[in-house]
Design a protein around this ligand. Structure first.
Ligand SMILES: *Cc1c(COP(=O)(O)O)cnc(C)c1O
Length: 433
């Protein structure tokens, strides 16, 4: 066996560099038909772009328009009565995602609710799960942090009277490395765990693409008495999650990246059953988190009675027009299933990694972990020389990726609508640089 095939464990055959090989992988792909369920943007020359930005904004499922139009029609036909007479009654609209939302992240029905946007959900969850005391008040996060999370965490600390310089612990890669070592996370928990109220970990880091061992970090952090929250913005719809069994306290994610539910789509929130069943947990409440049987008693019901489960953290009545696309999108995930999507993703990103590895250019390097178990769809390419120019040149040749200052280009072939040929074409464009 050539050494190549031993290294690329996701394939039976060694990779070959030619176009025909990419075409063959597409023919053999059991999920290839899903691409037809999405609108693929075209470049000005009329050709479909090489869309590798599903980690930033996923493409539109073709089924979305009909579902949104249905809500517009029901509003036109029924007015306020669509709350109960609509084809998907608005009063209980969020319940449509009880099963599909839970299956997506490995939760029990009732542990997941789709509501608000990601950063809002993060604040709401911290209102409940970041309960600092004088000896346990720190928050531990992975670096680099997504700015919105960093602002949320720092303002929560200040809101409770703590100084982020003291109370924010960042898990970092060692100098010259890009991934954070598990051993370093363990050491940080040993050192700071007993003063840490909350560990807030990305499932997949937005910048490096590193996939963390969420189960292990959760267990270690909880052994130290910390609450554990996950930001799954780059993990939901990307990797297989089993949040209930991992015993995570809470998790939040957005739906416009890998979940293809449209710009600003309604986000997800997981609260573990052992907390969801505790009506006494402090929270920031609004009427939609109240028991639905008494919700419309309005001023006759001044005491908040939380609905059990994650639903009890809802605040406002849901934005139906923004929520409708989730139906189309989550139905696709439910049908394709995360294990099958992940199996293709390992091949797709493995192929991309292999092709990039073969390019002799010293202009760039991949900073995402090379171990497939340590990453999701995304590869982050650090450009050593004129990164912005490189990115614009890729763009002009039909590649849609994204650029993160100062020098990282992120590309994420996704298993629902990207092809092996997309990956091969991207590598061709990069070779020509
Ligand atoms: C995309 C992303 C966000 C975006 O937050 P919104 O509230 O949806 O605007 C926040 N955090 C992380 C880690 C992200 O990747």
């Amino acid at each position: 066996m050539p050494s190549e095939s031993a290294k690329d464990t996701v394939f039976d055959d060694p990779y070959r560099p030619d176009e025909e090989f990419a075409r063959r992988l597409d023919v053999e792909d059991p999920l290839r038909a899903y691409r037809e369920r999405f609108h693929i943007p075209r470049a000005s020359d009329g050709r479909e772009v090489i869309y590798l930005a599903g980690n930033s904004l996923g493409l539109q499922p073709r089924g979305v328009r009909k579902i949104v139009e249905q809500e517009l029609d029901d509003w036109a036909r029924f007015g306020v009565d669509a709350h109960f007479k609509g084809r998907t009654p608005w009063y209980s609209y969020h319940e449509v995602f009880r099963e599909t939302g839970a299956r997506l992240v490995g939760a029990l029905p009732g542990e997941v609710v789709m509501m608000n946007s990601l950063t809002i959900n993060l604040h709401l969850m911290m209102a409940t799960f970041y309960r600092p005391t004088s000896d346990r008040y720190k928050i531990m996060v992975d670096a680099p942090g997504f700015p919105s999370d960093t602002y949320a965490v720092k303002t929560q600390l200040r809101h409770h009277g703590y100084d982020p310089d003291d109370a924010l612990i960042s898990l970092e890669a060692r100098p010259g490395e890009h991934g954070i070592r598990m051993g370093d996370i363990e050491a940080a928990l040993d050192e700071h765990g007993r003063q840490t109220a909350l560990v807030l970990l990305s499932g997949v880091n937005f910048f490096t693409g590193q996939l963390f061992d969420m189960q292990r970090v959760t267990a270690l952090a909880q052994r130290q008495g910390c609450a554990v929250g996950l930001d799954l913005a780059h993990a939901a719809g990307n990797v297989v999650l089993t949040l209930h069994d991992w015993n995570v306290d809470f998790a939040v994610w957005c739906s416009y990246k890998y979940l293809n539910s449209g710009p600003g789509a309604v986000a997800g929130c997981f609260v573990h059953q052992r907390h969801g069943s505790d009506a006494s947990l402090p929270r920031l409440a609004g009427w939609w988190g109240n028991d639905p049987d008494t919700r419309f008693r309005m001023h006759l019901q001044p005491e908040f009675v939380p609905r059990l489960g994650a639903d009890g953290w809802q605040i406002s009545n849901p934005p139906i027009l923004a929520m409708a696309p989730l139906q189309a999108s989550l139905a696709i995930f439910d049908e394709a299933t995360m294990p099958a999507l992940r199996a293709k993703s390992l091949r797709l990103t493995g192929y991309l990694h292999h092709l990039l590895d073969r390019i002799p250019s010293k202009r760039f390097e991949v900073i995402t972990p090379s171990d497939p178990a340590g990453r999701g769809c995304q590869l982050s390419i650090l450009a050593h020389h004129k990164p912005a120019e490189l990115f614009h040149s890729l763009e002009s040749q039909g590649v849609v990726g994204d650029f993160r200052e100062p020098n990282v280009i992120r590309v994420a072939p996704v298993p629902l609508y990207n092809t092996f040929h997309d990956v091969w074409s991207f590598a061709q464009v990069l070779v020509g640089q």
